[in-house]
Design a protein around this ligand. Structure first.
Ligand SMILES: Cc1cc2nc3c(=O)[nH]c(=O)nc-3n(C[C@H](O)[C@H](O)[C@H](O)COP(=O)(O)OP(=O)(O)OC[C@H]3O[C@@H](n4cnc5c(N)ncnc54)[C@H](O)[C@@H]3O)c2cc1C
Length: 445
């Protein structure tokens, strides 16, 4: 049987290799480290955790990441098995001894007779064979060039500039209102496409003060090259002048507050729909390097967002990722060249767990294909299915930015209470439905 080739032995590639081998299909796993390094990796081990040592919440009832852990364990995932083996005490989070964890993943892959690990940098994209590209946020320059040549220059980004994403049902619509600037749009839905949050002068001044005072993270050495051109963090805009934001992303023109039509807001924060379900909205132009704790405090000062629940917070990072909604089919294959399947952070998911989960799925799909079978993704009522559905179709392609797993990606349940107060009933219902549907998907294989 022809082997599946996997490029990159990070979180996604290691899990993909394991899944392919467990299906009885041979694997060649290509990893450029330690010969060629990145600014973040320090070792030659597989599945190196480049920053924190946490796989985040392990609560599979009330948390979407915890639910994803559950699904990966149910599918015999290597990353979860080794994380469980090298777990450290961390409250409800799954934190691990990172060196022991990576060493154990490497050892398990080396011990698997169907897996051959080759230390080489893949610089071109082969046009035949069964390949998985799992080269991550720090894909080598040569391969990134090859991806750009194949997909077009707009299709592979080198930085993410993430604006915070808010759960729609936590926005206070007695304060905010729906309207596109100058009522632009052919249809009523387009004319109401944005949610607007008004600010008085006093609220704006207090917001700018908080923004300037907030704790920020620094770029790491080697991370920033050529970045600052198109996507300034909001706090940098505020540093350039207190009025800059009011003439940029917070400009109040072309909008009338339906709750108070005679009073012109001094500034307006706009939120734009982020997924087809309409459950998530991003704060337009609000990419930021503020620390996470500071972000929730500062953003909840925005009228209408005082109780906001954040599906993900903002950030700006070195990150190579595809415009997956336009480029990948629902089997994670490049539409233009289906012998190439993508997995991990390069597909536009964000985080160790999400990357490994996409590796798990890509590995199973590639193994099925090698055996002449077709495997569809799990239903999008599951955490894994919701995530892959988001990147391959559910997300807005024009504003696509990397995404964590979160309940905003799950199809809503009828007759469940919305907002932050409804979470204690809604979240267990989501995770129970996900467990039932994931188990059914697994047992059908
Ligand atoms: C600086 C930084 C910090 C991060 N911190 C966190 C964090 O704290 N928590 C979190 O959840 N997520 C974090 N992430 C995001 C992300 O979850 C991790 O980067 C995660 O490792 C992604 O998994 P992956 O398998 O897609 O990529 P990686 O784990 O990076 O694996 C990709 C592998 O491909 C190899 N490779 C690249 N190009 C080639 C090539 N041409 N040929 C052969 N091999 C190649 C690389 O050496 C690497 O081993 C961070 C990302 C970065 C860049």
């Amino acid at each position: 049987m022809q082997p599946v080739h996997i490029i990159g032995a990070g979180l996604a590639g290691s899990e993909a290799a394991w899944q392919v081998a467990q299906a009885g299909v041979p694997v060649v796993l290509h990893e450029m480290r330690p010969h060629t390094g990145t600014f973040a990796h320090k070792t030659g081990d597989c599945a190196e955790m480049v920053c924190s040592n946490s796989f985040r919440s392990d609560d599979d009832v009330m948390n979407a990441v915890g639910q994803l852990h559950w699904e990966m364990r149910a599918a015999g995932g290597l990353i979860m098995a080794m994380a469980d083996r090298h777990r450290l005490p961390a409250g409800g989070a799954l934190a691990v001894d990172r060196e022991a964890f990576s060493a154990a993943v490497t050892e398990a892959l080396r011990a698997e007779p169907l897996i051959e690990i080759r230390t080489d940098e893949v610089a071109e994209l082969p046009d035949d064979g069964n390949w998985i590209v799992a080269t991550g946020p720090l894909t080598s320059d040569k391969l990134a060039d090859a991806i750009r040549r194949l997909t077009g220059t707009e299709a592979l980004a080198f930085f993410d500039a993430i604006a915070p994403i808010v759960h729609a049902d936590t926005i206070d619509m007695s304060v905010a209102w729906e309207q596109s600037r100058y009522d632009k749009g052919e249809t009523e839905a387009e004319r109401r496409a944005y949610i607007n949050c008004p600010m008085t002068k006093a609220e704006y001044e207090a917001f700018i003060d908080a923004l300037l005072a907030a704790d920020k993270t620094e770029f790491r050495e080697g991370e920033t090259a050529g970045y600052f051109d198109g996507c300034l963090p909001i706090e940098v805009m505020a540093e350039r002048g207190r009025e800059t934001l009011r003439h940029g992303p917070m400009k109040p023109v072309g909008l009338t507050n339906t709750h108070n039509p005679t009073e012109k807001p001094y500034a307006v924060v706009q939120l734009r729909r982020d997924n087809a379900l309409g459950t998530l909205y991003n704060i337009v132009g609000f990419q930021t390097k503020m620390k996470y704790g500071a972000q929730t405090q500062v953003f909840r000062m925005i009228p209408g967002l005082q109780n906001a629940g954040f599906a993900r917070l903002g950030g700006i990072h070195r990150n190579s990722f595809l415009n997956s909604p336009t480029l990948l089919d629902d089997r994670m294959r490049l539409r233009r060249q289906p012998n190439l399947r993508f997995a991990g952070q390069v597909t536009g998911v964000e985080g160790y767990v999400e990357s490994a989960a996409m590796g798990l799925l890509a590995g199973r799909m590639a193994a099925a294909e090698a055996a002449g079978r077709d495997l569809t993704a799990p239903p999008f009522t599951t955490a894994m299915g919701a995530l892959v559905n988001h990147i391959t179709g559910g997300a807005e392609a024009k504003t696509f930015q990397p995404m964590n797993v979160n309940f905003g990606l799950f199809p809503p349940l009828d007759q469940m209470r919305g907002g932050r107060k409804g979470r204690k009933d809604r979240y267990p219902a989501y995770t129970q439905r996900a467990k039932d549907d994931f188990s059914a998907w697994l047992s059908a294989q």
